[in-house]
Design a protein. Structure first.
Length: 131
């Protein structure tokens, strides 16, 4: 969703415009912090609301995989602080993009599993009525 609506890119451009600066190592750090805040918000939301998803062990399993991929993505995104060569840096850049894509896909699968499990439980519920 971020890639479609470019929230992150617009925020990044806004930060550069606010400080009237070109992209620097400091702005890259701010970018890393913003990406980390996205992931932290997701972790906090899932953790705070996990009791609502206890009915779906598949959701919990897939959400853990998605969060693991998000962690790998953030580590790859912070590649500039490792002081590594260009070739390995490019490999980490590609890995970051792939973990972003697969992490989003795995999270979507987890949500679909939760929806399927919720529908299955509601049909089996004695008070389901018209479902």
């Amino acid at each position: 969703m971020d890639d479609r609506f470019m929230f992150h890119e617009n925020l990044d451009k806004g930060i550069h415009a606010l400080f009237q600066r070109e992209e620097t190592k400091l702005s890259d750090r701010l970018d890393d912090i913003i990406v980390g805040i996205y992931r932290l918000a997701g972790i906090i939301f899932v953790t705070a609301n996990r009791r609502y998803f206890n009915f779906s062990p598949r959701f919990i399993t897939f959400a853990r995989y998605a969060l693991g991929l998000a962690f790998v993505m953030v580590v790859c995104d912070m590649r500039s602080i490792y002081g590594i060569g260009e070739t390995f840096g490019n490999a980490l850049s590609h890995l970051e993009e792939w973990t972003k894509i697969f992490g989003g896909g795995v999270l979507l699968v987890s949500l679909l599993c939760a929806l399927e499990d919720a529908l299955r439980l509601s049909r089996n519920h004695p008070f389901a009525g018209n479902l």
